[in-house]
Design a protein around this ligand. Sequence first.
Ligand SMILES: Cc1ncc(COP(=O)(O)O)c(C=O)c1O
Length: 205
Amino acid sequence: MEKFEKKIWLSSPTMHGDELKWVTDAFDKNWITTAGENVNECEKLVAEYVGCKYAVALSCGTASLHLAVKLAGEKLYGQPKPNQGTLQGHKVFCSDMTFDATVNSVAYEDGEAVFIDTERDTWNMDPVALEKAFEIYPDVKLVVLVHLYGTPAKIDEIKAICDKHGALIVEDAAESFGATYKGKQTGTFGDYNAISFNGNNLYSA
Ligand SMILES: Cc1ncc(COP(=O)(O)O)c(C=O)c1O
């Protein structure tokens, strides 16, 4: 195979001046942990920016998705027995073209992912395929929806289908922090939402 001459890079980290200052600040104040002024400020700024009530900072997008799916599972099916995930014995509809963290979050909670096909316009979950999936599996109550490469999925259509079937949405906005859908930030449409600050995820920022 020939090497491609022209490449379109997905994303590379960008520095804006103050990054080292805040890392140094955390070192100087000895807040090298899961709490501290910087973490509080980051949670506040993100919540304000996307326009949601609260944000909780975890170690990465994968951990946020896991927590989101766990909370959704507990809301739907109650507290699991010890050593069991909240989705034990349940199917969950998931975007099929995505980074594996989207789907891993379901596996961590012992759920079974059912992949929903992708449509051509946004490369995200196809509402037509989702509706069909509900016909086949009417008991499903959770959908994990990704916005791939910073491009929002067809949220209105997908939300309408989920509402009709009484299903919750976990929104994987790991790659779409800063992207808007009809003027509203992604990461605010689901019942639980996750974003990521992994340098290679900030496509739309
Ligand atoms: C769609 C998607 N979901 C989740 C993640 C996980 O985010 P993180 O790398 O911060 O764990 C990524 C990227 O890594 C991603 O691309």
